[in-house]
Ligand binder design. Structure first.
Ligand code: NAP
Length: 505
């Protein structure tokens, strides 16, 4: 086992006796990797530790695989592609429906596993499993409508056909904040389309990804169709990006790593889809329904302890409603129950790691040094570890760190604005373009916002926009490609055009 090199976490851990796993999470806790239908360890036997962020307790280990094991997984996926890509669509759809049912049948152990490794409240974890299952069902249904085209030919002796084909082996790299549903959004369309997959879950939260491997195996996906490899990001990512057999890479994670992968994709001209970082504005106009705005603010800010790519990063509140909004946001923030995500009623769990806590602390220090005022919270929670007090801060200005950087923590930064144009200009003043929210009852303004906000996802009078039926994806440096919706399948299909000539005899 590798030592924990995080000083605060190792102190925290030292106070707790390491104990054996008492709960195998319904048999879904897999401590090996799935490669070519077999459960394997790393070639050199090394492992990485997986900790429960709420307690610092070691949950278990997973293999510390690298280039060699990843190459094996790619070979297995390439071999499996030959039959899988030509299998009956009804066979693939049938397996996906079985997978959907298996996810829901195992929702409780999967949710507990997710909370144990990631920290989010159990209620949110259950929701994540349910939406993951919904993505699988959506793509099982959607692939039946992945139609081609017969195109009118310019001459009578020709017929022009446009057909769609699975792209090939897919490399899927996922983050720690939604370790289950981010994999669902990649596995669903890939498997439906007839692609095979080599997936690499985040090292902090690998068990949710490995559980997907177990369920895929249990419901009967053929060997090599789904492979899950854990370990060194650099080595596994490098092998995926270098392989000419991997025709597409789908990545969800930071913009920084996304850019590295885009550069690496050039050598073998891979298709890439990128779901990257965000910096979501949440604009509250004077005419907003205040109750609705507070409800949306709480869900868009504090879900997953503020650690989602679509979390509100910047609240812009119009002068006429500013003070009322801040007072209500303060009350609602102070009412949040902080605790271990597995305990009843918890609404805010721990943050994922010490680095995340330090980033939030640094942002608060930067803001207060530049004149911001802490309304509530502002420091580590008395529970210790990586728990942090949900925080509201006013007097935010464009020179503060969070104006341009993703917070990824439970910190609400409130900016004040006077006129619509100023709010839109400020909202767009970032290289990110994932989610934006606005509260107003002016229908003309709603359409101006749709025209002018440079964001891939826009929530009007709601703080929650994600649904399987709609395309999820960012503009600008928040990424390329869409997940979900009818568009979510496109990236996994190649388009071919065939011209049949000489038909006049
Ligand atoms: P990250 O550090 O970029 O890591 C994401 C994944 O990439 C992990 O599996 C990581 O592995 C892997 N990785 C790291 N370096 C790599 C490399 N050189 N080559 C190949 N893979 C590599 O992001 P994160 O901290 O896990 O996730 C948070 C970020 O994800 C935030 O910026 C958030 O906004 C973004 N996100 C975006 C969306 C979206 O849909 N747009 C959704 C969720 C999250 P290790 O864990 O082993 O390092």
């Amino acid at each position: 086992m590798q030592a924990v090199d995080d000083p605060l976490l190792s102190d925290f851990q030292a106070q707790i006796t390491e104990r054996p796993l008492m709960n195998s999470f319904g048999g879904l806790l897999q401590t090996s990797n799935l490669i070519g239908g077999k459960w394997r360890d790393a070639n050199d036997g090394t492992t990485i530790d997986v900790l429960n962020p709420a307690s610092g307790v070691l949950l278990g280990t997973v293999p510390n695989c690298g280039e060699g094991e990843t190459r094996l997984a790619i070979e297995a996926a390439a071999e499996a592609f030959a039959d899988w890509s030509r299998s009956n669509m009804s066979f693939r759809v049938g397996l996906l429906h079985k997978l959907h049912d298996a996810l829901l049948d195992n929702c409780e152990p999967l949710a507990q596993l997710l909370t144990a490794e990631q920290g989010k409240p159990l209620a949110e974890a259950r929701g994540e499993i349910a939406i993951g299952a919904a993505y699988i069902r959506w793509f099982a249904e959607e692939v039946r409508r992945a139609k081609g085209e017969i195109v009118p030919a310019p001459t009578a002796d020709r017929r022009l056909m446009v057909t769609r084909h699975p792209v090939g082996v897919v490399g899927a790299i996922t983050p720690w904040n939604f370790p289950s549903s981010m994999l669902a959004r990649k596995l669903g369309p890939a498997l439906a389309a007839g692609c095979t997959v080599v997936a690499k879950p985040a090292s902090a939260t690998p068990y949710s990804g490995l559980a997907w491997g177990k369920l895929c195996q249990d419901v009967g996906f053929p060997e090599g169709v789904v492979n899950i490899v854990t370990g060194s990001a650099h080595a596994i990512g490098g092998a995926i990006m270098a392989s000419p057999d991997v025709r597409k890479v789908t990545f969800t994670g930071s913009t920084e790593i996304g850019k590295v992968l885009i550069r690496q994709s050039a050598d073998s001209v891979k298709k890439v889809s990128m779901e990257l970082g965000g910096n979501a504005p949440f604009i509250v106009f004077d005419d907003a329904d205040l109750d609705a705005a507070i409800e949306g603010a709480m869900i868009s800010k504090y879900r997953n302890m503020g650690q989602t790519c679509v979390c509100t990063n910047r609240f812009y509140v119009q002068a006429g409603i500013h003070d009322k909004f801040v007072a209500r946001l303060k009350d609602a923030t102070e009412a949040l129950k902080v605790g271990d995500g597995s305990e009843d009623g918890t609404q805010q769990g721990p943050m994922i790691d010490e680095a995340g806590v330090k980033k939030v602390e640094a942002m608060i220090a930067d803001a207060t040094a530049k004149g911001a005022h802490i309304v509530t919270g502002g420091k580590r929670h008395a529970k210790g570890g990586t728990f942090f007090e949900p925080t509201v801060l006013t007097g935010a200005t464009s020179d503060m760190q969070f104006a341009t950087e993703e917070i990824f923590g439970p910190l609400s930064a409130v900016f004040r604005f006077e006129v619509e144009d100023a709010a839109i200009t400020a909202a767009n003043a970032t290289e990110f373009g994932l989610a934006a929210y606005a509260y107003t009852r002016d229908i003309g303004r709603v359409f101006r916002l749709n025209d002018q906000l440079e964001y891939g996802l826009i929530g009007i009078n709601t703080g929650l926009v994600t649904t399987v039926e709609a395309p999820f994806g960012g503009l600008k440096e928040s990424g390329m490609g869409k997940e979900g919706g009818s568009q979510g399948l496109d990236d996994y299909l190649e388009t071919k055009y065939m011209c049949v000539a000489g038909l006049d005899g």
